[in-house]
Design a binder for this molecule. Sequence first.
Ligand SMILES: Cc1cc2nc3c(=O)[nH]c(=O)nc-3n(C[C@H](O)[C@H](O)[C@H](O)COP(=O)(O)OP(=O)(O)OC[C@H]3O[C@@H](n4cnc5c(N)ncnc54)[C@H](O)[C@@H]3O)c2cc1C
Length: 549
Amino acid sequence: MATTSTVKEASKSDSPQARSFDALVVGAGFSGLYQLLCLRDRLGLSVQVLEAGGGVGGTWYWNRYPGARCDSESHSYCYSFSDELTKEWEWSERYPGPPEILRYLNYVADRFDLKRNIRFNTRVSSAHYDEAANLWRVNTDAGEALTAQFLITAVGCLSSANIPNISGIDTFNGRWYHTGEWPHEGVDFSGKRVGLIGTGSTGIQAAPVIAETAAHLTVFQRTANYSVPARNAPLTPEFKRYVKENAAEIRQVMQSTVNGHPFTIADRSALETPPEERQAIYEAAWEIGSLRFRAAFRDLLTDKAANDTAADFIRAKIREIVKDPATAAKLSDFDHPYAAKRPPIDTDYFETFNRDNVKLVDVRAAPIEEITPQGIRTRDAEYPLDIIVFATGFDGMTGSLLRMDIRGRDGLPLTKAWAAGPRNYLGLQVAGFPNLFTVTGPGSPSVLCNMPVAIEQHVEWITDCIAYMREHGLTRIEPKNEAVDAWVAEVNVAAEATLLPLAKHSWYLGANVPGKPRVFMPYAGGMAHYRKICADVATKDYEGFTFSG
Ligand SMILES: Cc1cc2nc3c(=O)[nH]c(=O)nc-3n(C[C@H](O)[C@H](O)[C@H](O)COP(=O)(O)OP(=O)(O)OC[C@H]3O[C@@H](n4cnc5c(N)ncnc54)[C@H](O)[C@@H]3O)c2cc1C
């Protein structure tokens, strides 16, 4: 509950229970926590955060599946806004899992006394803009009504689980789970026949761990996926010292690179490098592991022939690791360029298929037809199962926004405004939805970036913008239509300059959700370039936006 000092009784609300704030923030993950801190402690605003989960953490509160880990390296998968926080916190592993990341986010929330302004177990069911009052009227699933001048969505790009609509799911005699809504008490696979649907980053993390305890694991693969070893390990005392002593430089690198990671992309072309030397570079990158593999050459995401060299290398590695040639062939039958979908990193994923209790089923060749009481039936066979795990990802980038019943001026639903795909300015604001800000909204680098970097940039930009409005006596901001048109065109141009749109089944394109418009959603022009665009807009008195008040 918010304290009385942060709550002003509503005077303009249509409900006697409604309470009014300067800003409502939806979501208490990395984004919502930092947005609360900035608006409350830096600007002195009254702020309430509303969070559907029972604690802070967002992604890490929900995704507690076996094998779950971040794939950004821990020393970069954290906030960088506070030198003290950076000095105080110490990660234990190269890629921590949910327990450690949740400990970190709880530490941040407690250290900055954030929880007193967060209402947990509270889902926003609608948010409607009242033009006459210049307020957002927000309702929760508990029937509460709140109002605020500013509505800031920090709902995450990957927070609406995508459960495929397979007929017969209700008839299944066993248990089924989605990885993004994993039971907090865990799932016991021992002695069970498990079916895992999906081979994206999550399926690739989960398969080896499930296989260790399950009686049998069947992996249902529609799209063969590239993966590179994560090479997870405890952090050495030397590395921990390096992180503390070089925090400013590490931050500088993250803020100046395309993807917000703590390493730069090598300035050499895969095509112009002689084959033997190229092979040696790939071998070394494979040994180091991590997302750094993608940074081995500068042209991997812009030139198909360059990308093919990485694809060939990974294909050869899979054939080397996986003993059964038919399984190796299925695992490396890629239909998209390397890293055109979110590039997974793994711990023994391909090795898992050498186990006697693991089988790969190619559901592109023989699609799943239905779930039966006993298991999963494909066109060719029925697989008896006790547990089905859906590692089928999310209604990415727009799912949580569109499920919230957001309506702008004249009651225009966001679902209608975005019927043909998301349209906004800088990924931050939608025309016709004044005073609504979307942290890591579609049209911003978001998921193409190490996300804490993208989140800090957005939160700070929004905070500065609201501070500017207060200083200038302005009460309303929204983007001009022509600025939106130009930005949507810019997002498309940036995507077309890369190989990313070639992954036709990618959630970046909305292709994993039936009926979703096929639009490339994140801004692919690079985080550093995007940061500069946003800064220039602010310097030019928020060019492209209109203010009133
Ligand atoms: C398994 C997994 C691994 C990942 N690994 C990485 C990684 O290594 N590096 C990286 O950069 N990114 C990674 N990501 C992306 C990750 O989502 C971001 O790094 C980051 O956690 C996003 O923080 P956020 O606060 O913006 O959103 P989230 O963490 O998604 O939090 C959003 C919150 O909003 C809440 N919410 C949504 N709708 C409503 C509503 N209507 N009412 C109330 N509350 C609502 C949700 O409950 C959720 O808690 C990963 C994602 C997943 C799923």
